[in-house]
Design a protein around this ligand. Structure first.
Ligand SMILES: *Cc1c(COP(=O)(O)O)cnc(C)c1O
Length: 396
């Protein structure tokens, strides 16, 4: 009999009851250190007192009104996002893929409005992940995601990630935009080089394309800057974000320049739930915390500490770990060829640390940004112990 919860996930047999910061407890009282963070969603950890307070306050006043009306929280959060980024305007959504879909529509409409209606195609990167809508799986083209769901939208030309020559060679008169994650998330925490990101901006300008950075996973201070592209010193024209911005409440947003959003006029796009007062109260609260003096310094300091410790483990256990990579608190451990990263994730969990796998035999290490030094050391002890088990062959 089919489970009442549609079985699209091979779920781990753990049920959680409550969390606090980087700690989470199951219904039967077992504690885990949570370095999955709901896949980079619980930006400020579990049950952050300030977010709880702001959610409560809003819940007692007003949860939802239609986008037929002005929503004060959207006006304040969009203003803050605009003031701290390249963007001039923001569309709010409930999820990452909706923010990404909005980016697709912004690009199409831009070229339609500016006299290039033939520019309907997108160049995307191999290993990229943009979500699970039929359009987003058409972009990622991964066999397991697309099989049986066709025919899909034929609008995406995939090239190797971080390879400028291949990307330039794929540009045709029909190309409308380049869409790239500054660090592949699902694709294995693989950072694009700074030179590549800079060259994407130049290439987009040279060919009259829009540049879209999917910062759904890399955004909201995860990498130690508010958005990961800031490390490269270039800006996109359009940027979908989500995951961290709601701190666990479903919030997404599509940011765009005034130029790119030229066609997004009344009636061209919409959402029933997107940006409702409850979501905006939490999004604004997350921004309050992220903008506090010292917050970004903490992310960078703890990120350096964690990456340094992971590097030490890589050099101590070369038979288990190949390398550590990433930026800030978006880190990945690529396992050695003889170690299956999924087995490593399982053993870490058995030892009390929650992480999440990714492509390229990689374990994603995504603590909440408020993680304390002592918790990082505890996690490192668990990873150390797990490496020892694999090195001694007692883990399989
Ligand atoms: C998670 C993610 C998405 C999809 O977000 P959903 O909220 O699951 O729809 C899209 N792009 C990137 C880079 C992501 O990490």
């Amino acid at each position: 009999m089919i489970p009442t919860v549609m079985p699209t996930y091979a779920r781990i047999d753990l049920v959680f009851e409550r969390g606090e910061g980087a700690n989470i407890w199951t219904v039967d009282g077992r504690r885990f250190l949570d370095f999955t963070s709901g896949i980079a969603v619980n930006l400020l950890g579990h049950a952050h007192p300030y977010l709880v307070q702001k959610l409560h306050e809003q819940a007692q006043k007003l949860w939802h009104v239609s986008n037929l009306f002005r929503v004060a929280g959207q006006e304040s959060l969009s203003r803050r996002l605009v003031d701290s980024t390249f963007a001039d305007t923001v569309f709010f959504t409930n999820s990452g893929v909706e923010a990404w879909e909005c980016a697709v529509k912004v690009v199409r409409k831009y070229h339609h409005e500016t006299g290039n209606p033939q520019k309907t195609r997108f160049i995307v990167a191999g290993g990229a992940f943009h979500g699970r809508s039929t359009t987003a799986i058409a972009a990622a083209k991964s066999e397991k995601m697309v099989k049986g769901f066709g025919p899909l939208l034929d609008a995406f030309d995939q090239v190797a990630f971080d390879n400028l020559n291949e990307l330039r060679a794929a540009i045709t008169p029909e190309t409308g935009a380049i869409m790239v994650e500054p660090i592949l998330g699902e694709g294995g925490v693989r950072p694009a080089s700074v030179e590549y990101l800079k060259a994407l901006r130049e290439t987009a300008d040279e060919f009259g394309l829009l540049l879209v950075f999917d910062e759904i996973q890399t955004g909201m201070a995860r990498t130690g800057k508010l958005f990961a592209h800031e490390w490269a010193g270039v800006t996109p024209d359009v940027m979908p974000i989500a995951k961290g911005i709601g701190g666990g409440f479903p919030v997404g947003a599509c940011l765009a320049t005034e130029k790119a959003a030229v066609g997004m006029t009344p009636g061209t796009h919409g959402s029933t739930f997107g940006g409702n007062p409850l979501a905006m109260a939490v999004g604004n609260a997350v921004m309050d915390v992220v903008e506090k003096p010292g917050f970004m310094e903490h992310v960078n300091r703890i990120g350096d500490l964690l990456e340094g410790r992971l590097d030490e483990l890589v050099s101590r256990y070369p038979q288990v770990l190949e390398l550590a990579r990433g930026k800030g608190l978006m880190l990945g451990l690529k396992c050695a060829a003889t170690v299956n990263s999924a087995d490593f994730v399982t053993r870490l969990r058995e030892n009390g640390l929650l992480t999440v796998g990714a492509a390229d035999n990689t374990v994603r290490v995504l603590p909440p940004l408020v993680v304390a030094e002592a918790e990082v050391e505890e996690a490192i002890d668990i990873i150390d112990r797990t490496c020892r088990q694999f090195a001694q062959g007692t883990a399989s």
